[in-house]
Ligand binder design. Structure first.
Ligand code: BMX
Length: 295
């Protein structure tokens, strides 16, 4: 069968036709995520992206930022979605495409695909996927089972605290790792330091060009992620941690995480692996996860 896979992130929305027998992407399109609190504007953007692809597909599989519970998207951190905090994801896409539609969290979907890819040449039973991008998301595979949680919450590790006196996060908690180490946070810290607006990518570029202050921001992000990995490894007995997202896959970032982990006792150090499917893990994971239910 052919799946219309959709990956909704804080920065971009991707849609692709995926051949479910080979797990290959046939055609792929991408737009910027609307930065509006209005569900109607979000819906219009989805319509223009999905309408041309829908006639060729048998079903739709969505991987989306936010908590996905019974087809409804609720933002844990609405700041990541231009202030949008609730959207009837499955109903809306079903109406647009006239196809059976399913949805799961973006990092959970990516975790599933990375786990399958890993297990063709590895025996990991407990795996964590972390995306460091607009936000920080996570997906857990425990005893080879993807954990989605009864309410869709499982894996939302971006909202664990690394600094009790840290800044207020959009989720309402203080000092979440997402607020201090995500791509958005790197941009905010850079803007404050350089006294001009810059995004995470620009700060990362400055660091790569040798700017020491920018490099400190990148290193403190990687150090926070290393602490998170150590905490979760000792809680869950992780074999492997797969790193994804635009920051996670940026040059040298995984090496920095590894450097900070190397300072810790051996029990706290799982295998650190860069995501094999890069930016397509969400699309491919959602397609694979829901193809099993469709057939
Ligand atoms: C946030 C949260 C997660 C998501 C993660 C990464 C929202 C809207 N999203 O922690 O559900 O998995 O960001 O999202 O609350 P991304 O947009 O950076 O890929």
């Amino acid at each position: 069968s052919i799946c219309l896979a959709v990956d909704i992130g804080g920065t971009k929305i991707a849609a692709a036709l995926v051949d479910c027998t080979t797990n290959h992407i046939i055609e792929r399109h991408q737009i910027a995520t609307p930065q509006s609190q209005q569900p109607a504007i979000f819906s219009t953007a989805l319509t223009s992206l999905l309408m041309p692809l829908a006639p060729q597909a048998d079903f739709v599989a969505v991987a989306s930022t936010g908590i996905i519970n019974h087809g409804i998207l609720t933002a844990l951190n609405p700041d990541n979605l231009g202030g949008l905090n609730r959207f009837e994801l499955v109903d809306d896409i079903q109406r647009i495409t006239q196809l059976p539609t399913h949805a799961i969290n973006d990092a959970q979907a990516a975790a599933w695909y990375e786990f399958i890819s890993l297990n063709s040449n590895n025996n990991a039973t407990n795996m964590l996927f972390i995306t460091i991008s607009t936000g920080i998301g996570g997906g857990l595979v425990l005893n080879r089972q993807l954990q989605t949680g009864a309410r869709g919450i499982s894996g939302h590790i971006g909202h664990t605290v690394v600094d009790m006196n840290g800044p207020m996060c959009g989720c309402g908690r203080q000092g979440c790792i997402e607020k201090v180490a995500s791509g958005t946070a790197i941009g905010e810290l850079g803007s404050a330091l350089f006294k001009r607006p810059c995004n995470g990518q620009q700060v990362y570029q400055l660091a790569l060009e040798g700017n020491k202050d920018a490099m400190k921001i990148i290193h403190s992000s990687a150090a926070a992620v290393a602490e998170l990995i150590a905490n979760l490894t000792i809680s869950l007995d992780l074999d492997a941690v797969v790193i994804g997202g635009s920051v996670g896959l940026a040059p040298h970032y995984c090496e920095y995480i590894q450097q900070y982990l190397n300072e810790k006792p051996e029990l706290y150090r799982p295998h650190i692996i860069p995501a094999q499917s890069g930016g397509d893990a969400g699309l491919l994971g959602a397609a694979h996860w829901f193809a099993r239910q469709e057939n």
